[in-house]
Design a protein around this ligand. Sequence first.
Ligand code: FRU
Length: 611
Amino acid sequence: MVASTLLLLALPDLLIADFEAASYGRWKTEGSAFSSGPARGTLPGQKPVSGYAGAGLVNSFAGGDGPTGTLTSPVFRLERRYLNFLIGGGTYSGETCLNVLHQGKVIATTTGGSTTNQDPESLRRASFDLSKWIGKDLSIQVADRASGGWGHILVDDIWQSNRRIGELPTANPKPYGERYRPQFHFSAKKGWLNDPNGLVFAFGEYHLFYQHHPFGLQWGPMHWGHAVSKDLVHWRELPIALRPDALGPAFSGSAIVDYDNTAGFGKPNQPAMVAMFTSAGGASTQSLAYSLDKGRTWQTYAGNPVIPSLADGNRDPKVFWYEPRKCWIMAIYLSGNDFAIFRSQDLKKWTEQSRFSLPGTIECPELFEMPVEGSSEWKWVFFGANYRYVVGGFDGVKFTPDQVPITGDYGDSFYAAQTYNDEPNGRRVLVGWMARFAGPMLGMPFNQQMSFPRDLKLRKTSDGWRVTQSPVAEIRSLYRKTEQVSAMELVQKPLNLGVRGGQYDLDLTLRVEQSTVAIANIGGAEVVVDVAKKELRLMDRTAPLPIRAGRVHLRVLVDRSSIEVFAGEGEVTLTNYLTPKDRLCPVQLSLSRGKAQIVGLTARELATSWR
Ligand code: FRU
């Protein structure tokens, strides 16, 4: 350590506040959340608070989660590199937080960290690195602007120091630059998302609508969020498309462009984009909304609902144009494992055609036709929200499966997937919701993400029909540094790949033998190729291992907190969240049993898709 660093460390800490007095002294309160002075520990109705120092702390649970307000320090001069403090409470970014202000602007912020019922009412140690601001006059603001569950903040002991005591949240992160923000997967700028909705290519853009709670990090009153992209890779979030209305929140659904103006919503040379969705207030019914300006603004149809409640919780209409009978077809979820098919000439009047069950599957049906790879035949594919699919025939009335349902994704985070209507290159592009059950990532203003868009192919294999998936080719626009390895024995000593940057695309082909067990350690997560057991494992998930001519092929997409494994030709996929121990840690390949040879390996660092 150099002498000047030692000198800096020797400088004493400077206390800003320990909240031990009966009043806040020169700190100013606004609103009612902070009452007239520091709390002495736990407040009435609160789970026991722990982790504070001494007897007093800032605790905005005064009056419960409801009241809001701010508590602001007098201005102080920053003379040390770090601001250390203790913090707990809610995780509403910008709402339940500690902010450092310079001339009224927030230069650093972090939230309490608790989100679920199981989370403790405790304070953790935290630090901001404010070295850029040494010599400047700053102030601290403790804010509680949230009123729902965890709508309060806990803060104690704040001091300046040249030693830090806790994790370092990124000071004042740029939108999409936050520590755990997916860099090439779509996530909402702020708030919660779940199912992709209304996937349609229209007027030069891919539209991605999604189940969205814009004001919270948990599922809540459902809106349709909206983003557009020209290439399925770079997304731009637009204003909210649909909001809860008199018929209830806007649950999942689909969108089409009504080029022939069958519904009469369009104007000359202005075809309407029409969304069909579930109005989920009370008994769920199906509704329409339309847009005449490329999806920018939406009008709900005055005649809503267009389909009354058919069963308790029936929902998620998927609509598409069926050319052979020149009509609109809709697949919809009824209840239990039951689904129905409807038809319409004008999107407004619907008649039921048939009903059927798909054991083991509920919600979010999809139905579409695909060409069979290498043949002139076309088949129909149907699946529900957990992406168990069946391949079969459809005559405009009835769907008839040819085989038993197939598991499409073996991970624990792929749900409610939908494909694009009107894909301009004739592809079938699938996007799923990457469901994360562990709650929002610490300090992030968003929660949940979409999968990377996947190109589907239908193949006839010796085991029957398989719908394969691979990342859409447009991912190429993000390729940066590339590393290649070929014809090399895999050994026990790990081979470290040089990919850095937290997000990359790996393509690996291994020659294997009967007893091979090979391991790829990726951001702390293990992908195990176990030929002996014919298993492919990712964390605690297991899938059948595709082996072809003694070779195993894996394509792996890694983002800051997610991993998608495509095995074989993509007939097996595993989609999971990562808890990266160190998101910049190297990718390592090693052998644990038998023999394996790397036939080819390409590792590509990916640029961010946020501009
Ligand atoms: C699937 C789902 C849908 C419903 C939506 C509500 O994840 O439950 O069935 O429409 O989410 O957000």
